[in-house]
Every structure is written in C-alpha cells, then in structure tokens.
Design a protein around this ligand. Structure first.
Ligand SMILES: NC(=O)c1ccc[n+]([C@@H]2O[C@H](COP(=O)([O-])OP(=O)(O)OC[C@H]3O[C@@H](n4cnc5c(N)ncnc54)[C@H](O)[C@@H]3O)[C@@H](O)[C@H]2O)c1
Length: 261
C-alpha cells in the first residue's frame, strides 16, 4: 500500500499565515499541490510567505483580514471562494498569547485573547462550513494548544481560550459529520516560533520551559526541545488528507510528550 498525500485540485485557507506555524502549514499544503489562500493582519509577513510559496511553484493568494471582525472573517472566505471556486480545507492558525499572572490579567488581556483565539476561530469556521456544507465535504483543523488541556503558569486567558477551541471543535464535528465535514484540533506544545520566543524573553526562560519549572510552564518537554513549525505542519497534512476521512472531533498533541505526564 502506497502512502502519498496529494492535494492537487484542493483549495485551502490558512489563517495566521504571516509567520510561524501558519506559514509552515501554508507552505506544506502548497507543496503538496493545494491552492492556498493565506491570511493574517500582518501584510509584510503575508507577502513574505507568498514569496516562499511562489518559489516552490505553489499557487497562492494573499488576503489581509482581522479574523476577530465578522465582516473580515466572512469576507476572507468569500474571497477564497471567488478566487478558486471552492474551499476544501480550513486551517485556523491565527492566535495570540498574553503571558500575565492570573491576578494581573486585565479585562483587555482577556477580551483580546478570547477574541482572536476563540471568537476568530468560530467566525472563520462558520463562514467556511457554510460553503463546505454545499459540497458535502470539507476538512477543518483548529490550532488549539496543549495549554487547552493542562494548566500553565501565567496563561489563564490563553488556556481558557484554547480549552474553548477544543470543545468548539468537538461540537462542530458532531453537528457537521452528516455533511461529510471533519473537524479536528491540533495541540502543539512549545514550538519554535516568535510567539514562544517573545513570551520566553531570554534563553534562560526558554530553557526552563523545556526542562519544566514551577514558575514558568510547570511541565517540561520530555524530548528536551521545542518542536519545529514543520512538525506541526506534517500533522496538519495528515489531518487534511483523505487518510483521515474517518477521524473527527479528535484532539492531537504534537508536543514532545509534554502532556503525557
Ligand atoms: N508556538 C507555540 O509554542 C504554540 C504552542 C501551542 C499552540 N500554538 C498555537 O498555534 C497557532 C500558531 O502559533 P505561532 O507560534 O505560529 O504564533 P505566531 O505568533 O508566530 O503567529 C500567529 C499569527 O497570527 C496572526 N494574528 C494574530 N491576531 C490576528 C487576527 N486578529 N487576525 C488575523 N491574524 C492574526 C499574527 O499576526 C501572526 O502572524 C496559534 O493559535 C498558537 O496559539 C503555538
């Protein structure tokens, strides 16, 4: 039995694609033959991602959108539909993290985090699912986090938002299964992107995150390193492929074993 992932003829929308995991996912999908519509609030990074996709001969359109604004999230999906005629895959990678102690978390920290991570994901999912329902097929992959399963120091709004994404994913899976749409969540652990480097601040903090420390992340990473963004993208490729047709409502941890203990 040969195992080959080929997305020729498929159209994928990737949010948060200006850098980090979203960029790696967009490149991997394009490399596997998908036409990709990439979106982010950060235009410069978006264009840099498109350049990388162009270089490998992929087909890519950029669309700037703030996914927390309903008109912009729905506009993104409309634009993808107009450009390529259909949407087969949606990968929600856009996210933010405010590392603040629970006692000091402001209402603004809370609202901003829940708005991007949970409401933005909801809006993009609903807009895309309404198109997918018409084709009776579709794959939706939501980037949650292992912080949606285990508590982390100074991440109350982030943990709550990601736990919300995990259960939103499962409810959607339940309701959309009859339309041939699968919905799954990917939970990265510490992954080497600007998000974690900005949060960690200096290399000593990053080392504590990897080794585990009561004042930082609590649980360490048994493999002793951060994931590479591409390692998250490989999992997305599988989840978006026909090999995963019978998998829905599931949560996959790509975290070097961080949450097994
Ligand atoms: N890096 C990690 O260690 C890690 C671990 C677990 C989960 N995750 C999750 O994976 C996803 C990708 O993370 P990353 O490390 O690549 O982060 P990142 O900060 O490098 O990239 C996130 C992207 O989302 C975009 N974005 C933020 N707000 C937006 C908005 N309102 N509208 C549109 N785009 C917006 C940013 O501009 C940025 O390009 C996020 O959901 C994150 O929570 C990351």
């Amino acid at each position: 039995m040969s195992f080959e992932i080929d997305f020729s003829g498929k159209v994928a929308v990737v949010t948060g694609a200006a850098r980090g995991i979203g960029r790696a996912v967009a490149i991997a999908l394009a490399d596997a033959g998908a036409k990709v519509v990439i979106t982010d609030i950060a235009v410069e990074g978006l264009n840099a991602s498109k350049n990388k996709i162009d270089k490998i001969g992929g087909e890519c359109r950029t669309h700037q959108a703030d996914i927390t604004v309903k008109e912009q999230a729905f506009g993104l999906i409309e634009e993808a539909q107009r450009s390529f005629g259909r949407i087969d895959i949606l990968v929600n990678c856009a996210g933010i993290l405010r590392a603040v102690s629970f006692l000091e978390t402001s209402e603004e920290d809370w609202d901003a985090t829940l708005d991007v991570n949970l409401k933005g994901t909801f809006l993009c999912c609903q807009a895309a699912a309404r198109h997918m329902v018409q084709h009776r097929a579709g794959k939706i992959i939501n980037l949650a986090s292992n912080a949606g399963k285990v508590p982390r120091m100074n991440n109350s709004s982030y943990c709550a938002s990601k736990a919300g994404v995990i259960l939103l994913t499962r409810v959607m899976a339940l309701e959309l299964a009859k339309y041939g749409i699968t919905v799954n969540a990917l939970c990265p652990g510490g992954t080497d992107t600007e998000m974690i480097r900005i949060q960690a601040g200096d290399p000593k903090v990053l080392d504590k995150i990897i080794r585990g420390d009561l004042d930082t992340y609590r649980a360490g990473i048994p493999t002793g390193r951060l994931a590479r963004p591409e390692e998250q993208a490989y999992m997305v490729l599988y989840m978006a492929s026909e090999y995963a047709n019978h998998i829905t409502g599931q949560t996959f941890f790509v975290d070097g074993g961080q949450t097994m203990v």
